[in-house]
Every structure is written in structure tokens, then in C-alpha cells.
Design a protein around this ligand. Structure first.
Ligand code: M6R
Length: 617
């Protein structure tokens, strides 16, 4: 979704802003703009389309100032046009504003401002807020109460806003100052050497500083090149906590890979090691978590779990459900965060609530967490981004520690979420009926996962060739059972989001209850067919598809005895422990989707209409 970057310091702002916007491109956007304060005026360059368009446009503007703001827009109010792109300037020419989020009462405020003579160039809610700040600025006599008139006008205007925002504002009368604020949209302050950067995402500032302050909802930061102060909407002072980002700018680079998605697929063995590091007991029979804030005794009282998430993280919840129920024998319910937040579900009293989110900023997931907490349930988070809104609002949680995930299609975050789920299942199982020796076997299996994922990755050249043969299709089915049913859903999601091929995931045996009507030589099916008790049943489902001329790509484990000629393509992954299988099985479908998208010439890291983290409803 939209990205924000703002700079105050000694350097030319425009190059820092454009560099920041390039690093925010992965979040998904459709237009971009910058505004630099120089010579007592606001100079705006903005363009629909890619940051590359903006770079060309900005080059024609001679932007030399050292204070500025930049934005990538993901359209909500109004179409994708130059005029609707941010920054927006108030009709009196005094303020420039960039904004993430949605201002719900903008129509009412716009009517009020029109009556007062303010004019509008765009269809956006953002321009309304910009003019509202100008209105309060004009109303407030200069120097009132010895306060900063710029800051107080922003504060007053925000007091009237219903909705969500992360904003950064410039004012012509304060040429080297910037005011930024947040409510339910992420905003981080980078504390540099006589310079400050505000950004919606650490990747936009990490090349200049790793020292950051994670701003909280309802906080406003006021910046000059040498000072910063944080207050609340109610004017209370906030003592800032400066944190350090643990990853560096090279982690957010593609390196020699063609796409971030490819890099992140191949990073998975290391990512899984990082997720596990330091989290097994000394006797090697169970898992340990530092930040859960739930005692073992409290865990013993839990009768059931509810997991909520969106998209790929929801698929990780389904795998976790399978593992907890299978190994710890505790009932687990999984819900879409977007449904849970509104459906007022009756919950069992001894329920522990979990959310899973890579970004920790997905608005539906945050809302689900808040709803569970409102009802008095303890709510924990499995999350990758340190300091995210979710991490701060949850009662406790588990960080994934896989570094920045830039590709819009989630890959390493997904397998790491499954790893955390597998460790939680182990922890719970060892508190109940799992024996010491079974615990040791389980732990050793998890420790072996990175090597098995590496083996699966070695199939990449073969999968690339298969992808060339299947890139022409318009529809595809993904079928799996038990813990690999969520992998079928994930395979279908990966394929559709980056290659735009229509794909559906089903439990393999459900196929004959409807989807079989789609089967023909024009609709291939990807089957997960691991060796095991259920293998013969999966083979039967394959036979039904073969009888209707459906092409079959089979993903089998070593030792699975597939009847000759049944599958058109066979991808073999190593035999694994049940808790590891979903992580290893993810690799071929990630690679297949990736190579098919590349073959079709799709923009893999910036798929159309998608955003990396969905911060609006
Ligand atoms: O940041 P989150 O894990 O909360 O994001 C949830 C979904 O938006 C995300 O997984 C989405 O489905 C991805 N594009 C999947 O690749």
C-alpha cells in the first residue's frame, strides 16, 4: 500500500526521497510524488505510474532543498492520475501533505472547507486534510501560547479526523521543519547524524540509519535538522525509545537474483535456521519462546486455540492447526481475520488467541487482535517485522527473524511461520502426552528442515523446464490432503497473484464434488502426493483426472510409488517428518509459480493491484 518518506537534514532531500521511494516500491503502488521546500515555496513533482516516471519528472524541477516529503500512492479515493498522486498542497499554498490510510469523514470536512473558500485539485481524502490543517493555521494567531503554530495546526486538524493515517507535512513558514503523525498506519522515525527520516517502512531509511523510534498510534513527531520531539494528540510529552534495526541495507537488496521473490525463495534454508535459533531446550526435547508472556501453568489451562490471519499467513494458520491437533491433541479453530473481526463469534472461555502476520500491519489482522483483546482474551502474535503495530499491541508473541521480505508474494515468511507453528505444536505436545524421545526426534527433524529445503531447491532447473511447458494455460488446480491441503491453497494463491493464471486449491478428494467439471486437457492439476497411508487415495484422485485428459504435475516424496505414466511431470522432494513436510512441499509450488510468471513476462515483484501489506480495509 502507500509508502511515506520524509527528510530533514543537511543533504539535498530529493535524492534521499527518491531512493526511499524506490525501496518502498515493493509495497505496491500506482503513482508517486515528492515535494521539496526551497526558497520559501513548495515544489511538487508527481506522476501516475512507476517511480522511474517520477525520477524523470523530478529532474525537470531543480529540487535543491534539504527538507522534503515523498510518497507512493495505492489508490483508494479517486483514480490513478497525476492530480490524485501525493503530495497535496493546500489551496493557500502553505502546506504539503502525504498520507497513508483512509479519512472516513472527509466528505463532511470537504463541504465545510468549500464553504470557507478552500479549493480542491484532486478527488482525494488527503487533500481535504491538507486544507483542514491550513484552515486551523489561518485561524490560530501567530505565536499563540508560545507554541509552534505549524505543529499545533496539524494537531488540531487531526483531532477532527475519523479514520486512519500516517502523514508527513511541510509548511512554507517553517522551511526546515517537518511534522509527522500516525494512527493505525505504520510510521518510523530514523535518527541519523544531524538528520531525521520518517518512513512507513524501515527499508526506506535503513541505508541512512539503523537507529529508529517506532511511533505509536496518536503520536505526533516534530522534526528540525538537529532536534526531534514526540507528543500525543492531547499534547502530552512522550519519552522516545530509540531501537536498533538488526538488518542492514544489503538485506533489502536483490543481490545477483533477478527478483526479490527468487532471492527470498532461495534464502529459506537460512531463514528457517534463524527462526529456530536459540529456541530449543537444553535437553533437546522441546521448544522455548522468550516473549510469549504466558506461563506453562497458564498454557495447561488452555482448552482450544483460535488462529486468525489473512492470505498466505492464513494458510500458515491452517498448517499450524493440523500440527497442533495432530501432535498436542488440542482443538484449533482458524478464521480469516477479516471475518472474525465482524462476525462476533462465540468463543470458548479457555481459548488462547493467536494471529499470524509477516508485516504486522495488516489492518484486518490488527482489528481481529483488538476484537479478541476487547473480549478479554489473551492475544499473541507470530510476526516478522520487529516493532510492528501487531507486535506492540499483542500480549506476547514470537518473532520470525527472517529479515525483510520484499517480494509481494510471501515465501520465506510463509515457511518460517510454519516453522514457528511446528515449534508451538511441539511445545504444547511436550506439556501433554509427547514422550521425551518423541520430542527429541521431533526437534532433530526440525533442525534438519533447512537441509531438506535445500534439497528441494535443487529441483529448480527441472521446475523451470516444467514451467515453460505450463505457462500457456489459463486455469490450474492445486490438490493436496491433510497438512498439504493448505499447501494446495498456497500454491494456487502464489500462481494467481504473480502470473495472473486462474488457480484454485482444494482438498484432493473434494475434487469430485465439483471442480472435476473443469478438468480437460486445458486445465492442469498440481497434486501433492507424499508417501504414506493416504497415498493410494491421492493416486485414485489422479486417476480420475487422467481419465478426463487433465495434465498432471505430481509432487511426490522419495519412495512414493506412482503408477508409471499417471503423471505428466514428477517433482520429487525428500522424505520428511510430518512436521517438516509442509515447509519442504512449499518449495516446488513457489518455484513453479515464480518460473511460470517469469516465462509469461510478468512483473514478479510488483504484481498488478497487489500491495505487500494491506493497511486499509
Ligand atoms: O503481512 P501479512 O502476513 O499480514 O499479509 C497477509 C497477506 O496480505 C499476504 O500473505 C498476502 O496474501 C501475500 N500477497 C501472499 O503472497
Amino acid at each position: 500500500m502507500c509508502g511515506i518518506v520524509g527528510y530533514v537534514g543537511k543533504q539535498k532531500a530529493v535524492s534521499i526521497l527518491l531512493e526511499g521511494l524506490k525501496r518502498l516500491e515493493y509495497r505496491g503502488y500506482d503513482s508517486a510524488g515528492v515535494c521539496v521546500l526551497q526558497g520559501g515555496k513548495l515544489d511538487v513533482a508527481k506522476k501516475a505510474g512507476r517511480v522511474a516516471n517520477l525520477v524523470k519528472e523530478a529532474a525537470t524541477h531543480r529540487l535543491n532543498g534539504t527538507t522534503g516529503i515523498g510518497h507512493t500512492r495505492w489508490a483508494t479515493h479517486g483514480g490513478v492520475t497525476d492530480a490524485n498522486a501525493h503530495p497535496h498542497v493546500s489551496s493557500d499554498g502553505k502546506f504539503a501533505l502525504i498520507h497513508n490510510g483512509v479519512i472516513e469523514n472527509y466528505a463532511q470536512m470537504k463541504r465545510f472547507l468549500l464553504e470557507k473558500g478552500y479549493t480542491f485539485q484532486s478527488e482525494t481524502d488527503t487533500e481535504v486534510l491538507c486544507n483542514l490543517i491550513a484552515y486551523h493555521y489561518a485561524k490560530e494567531p501567530a505565536g499563540n501560547h508560545g507554541t509552534n503554530r505549524f505543529l499545533e495546526s496539524v494537531r488540531k486538524a487531526l483531532g477532527h479526523v475519523e479514520g486512519t493515517y500516517g502523514i508527513a507535512v511541510l509548511c512554507v513558514d517553517y522551511p526546515s521543519e517537518l511534522v509527522a503523525a500516525r494512527k493505525a498506519s505504520p510510521l518510523i522515525l530514523g535518527v541519523g547524524d544531524e538528520e531525521y527520516i520518517v518512513a512507513s517502512d524501515a527499508s526506506a531509511l535503513v541505508s541512512r540509519t539503523q537507529n529508529v523510534v517506532y511511533l505509536k498510534d496518536g503520536e505526533i513527531v516534530h522534526l528540525t535538522p538537529k532536534t526531534f520531539s514526540i507528543t500525543t494528540l492531547d499534547q502530552a510529552d512522550v519519552s522516545p525509545v530509540v531501537d536498533r534495526i538488526t538488518w542492514s541495507v544489503t538485506d533489502a537488496d536483490k543481490g545477483d537474483f533477478a527478483h526479490f521473490m527468487e532471492k527470498e525463495i532461495f534464502e529459506q534454508p537460512v531463514a528457517l535456521e534463524n527462526t529456530m535459533r536459540g529456541r530449543f531446550s537444553e535437553d533437546g526435547s522441546t521448544a522455548n519462546f522468550g516473549g510469549l508472556n504466558v506461563t506453562a501453568a497458564e498454557f495447561r489451562q488452555i482448552d482450544r486455540f483460535l488462529f486468525c490471519a489473512c492470505g498466505t499467513a492464513w494458510h500458515a494458520c491452517l498448517v499450524t492447526e493440523h500440527l497442533i491437533e495432530r501432535f498436542a491433541r488440542i482443538p484449533v479453530e482458524v478464521d480469516y481475520a477479516s471475518e472474525f473481526r465482524y462476525r462476533n463469534a462465540p468463543l470458548h472461555s479457555n481459548t488462547l488467541f493467536f494471529v499470524i502476520s509477516q508485516s504486522g500491519e495488516t489492518i484486518d489482522t490488527l482489528a481481529a487482535l483488538r476484537e479478541a483483546k476487547r473480549k478479554g482474551y489473551k492475544a499473541l502474535a507470530i510476526n516478522n517485522v520487529v516493532g510492528s503495530s501487531l507486535a506492540r499491541e499483542a500480549d506476547g508473541g514470537i518473532y520470525q527473524h527472517v529479515g525483510p521480505e520484499i517480494g509481494v508474494a510471501s515465501t520465506k515468511a510463509f515457511t518460517s511461520q510454519i516453522m514457528v507453528g511446528a515449534m508451538v505444536a511441539l511445545y504444547l505436545a511436550r506439556m501433554r502426552d509427547m514422550s521425551f524421545s518423541d520430542g527429541v526426534e521431533y526437534v532433530n527433524a526440525l533442525k534438519g528442515a533447512p537441509a531438506l529445503v535445500r534439497q528441494a531447491l535443487a529441483q529448480a532447473p527441472k521446475i523451470r523446464e516444467i514451467a515453460k511447458r505450463y505457462a500457456k494455460y489459463h486455469d490450474m488446480l492445486f490438490l493436496g490432503r491433510l497438512s498439504l491441503f493448505p499447501l494446495a491453497l498456497e500454491g494456487a494463491l502464489k500462481l494467481k497473484e504473480i502470473s495472473y493464471i486462474h488457480a484454485e486449491g482444494y482438498p484432493a478428494a473434494e475434487m469430485k464434488h465439483g471442480p472435476i467439471a473443469l478438468i480437460s486437457d486445458k486445465c492442469p492439476s498440481v497434486f501433492f502426493a507424499p508417501a504414506g497411508d493416504i497415498f493410494p487415495k491421492i493416486v485414485s484422485s489422479m486417476q480420475e483426472i487422467k481419465a478426463r485428459k487433465g495434465p498432471i504435475i505430481a509432487i511426490v516424496t522419495e519412495g512414493a510409488d506412482l503408477p508409471p505414466g499417471l503423471a505428466d511431470e514428477v517433482i520429487t522432494i525428500p522424505h520428511c517428518h510430518e512436521a517438516v513436510l509442509p515447509m519442504v512441499a512449499a518449495i516446488p509450488v513457489q518455484l513453479l509459480s515464480y518460473y511460470i510468471a517469469v516465462e509469461r513476462g510478468c512483473d514478479v515483484d510488483k504484481p498488478r493491484n497487489l500491495a505487500k501489506s494491506v493497511t486499509v480495509e
